[in-house]
Ligand binder design. Sequence first.
Ligand code: ADP
Ligand code: ADP
Ligand code: ZN
Length: 217
Amino acid sequence: MRFVLLGPPGAGKGTQAERLAKKYGIPHIATGDILRQSVKDRTKSGMLAKSYMDRGELVPDQILIGIIRDRLSSLDCSKGSILDGFPRTVTQADALSSILHRLNQKLDGAINLELPEEEVIARLSGRRVCRSCGTNYHTQFNPPKEGGKCDKCGGQLYQRDDDKEEAIQNRLKVYQRQTEPLIKYYKKEGLLISVDGAKEISTVFENLCEIVEGVKK
Ligand code: ADP
Ligand code: ADP
Ligand code: ZN
């Protein structure tokens, strides 16, 4: 099974993709995580991406398309994957479609996690991320058992630079301008599935599992 998760920043893509990947045994491909790792490793694309990410802008399409092409070609993606944070532009969506075509693979759906703008701010401003394994928490909605520490690996939790007020506002504008058009794009392809992302984490997960089970082969 192969799905794209769409939705504004903070909609719960990372949280849900991680759970789906674990339950169905397929890779969770999060372009934000891949980019943050490249920044940490000071690779060429990481150095280039950093300034865009800090401002809440999108990193140029060609960098992302290269990352996804490599990742989807690896063997562990042959039976499926969950794409989180890609595509984010129509150019990326077109590239994804041709990459999958060449690999003789197809998308089963583009799941749009819907979340009103007011909720986005509350979600992002309380988000905390594990420095070691990347797991997401929320100070209020999904707190770790022990303050400041990851439940899974004991790593230290931190607040992303782009989860601070000024960057959040810009990311919302960027989302509306560049990513929201993908909702129409996938609707036209007959692949769009909408899910209410404002429900509790476990409820959203149940809804997603029903959808995924519907296409499981
Ligand atoms: P969120 O989970 O809040 O939606 P991500 O972790 O997915 O954010 O992405 C963080 C940042 O990484 C984005 O603001 C953008 O700068 C960059 N990024 C991630 N994925 C893409 C993409 N597909 N295209 C362009 N930039 C991307
Ligand atoms: P995205 O990847 O779409 O940017 P995340 O999965 O990182 O979103 O979630 C953003 C923040 O909201 C995180 O702090 C996460 O713990 C929290 N969160 C995710 N889903 C829910 C939910 N259904 N209800 C409340 N908080 C949530
Ligand atoms: Zn951790």
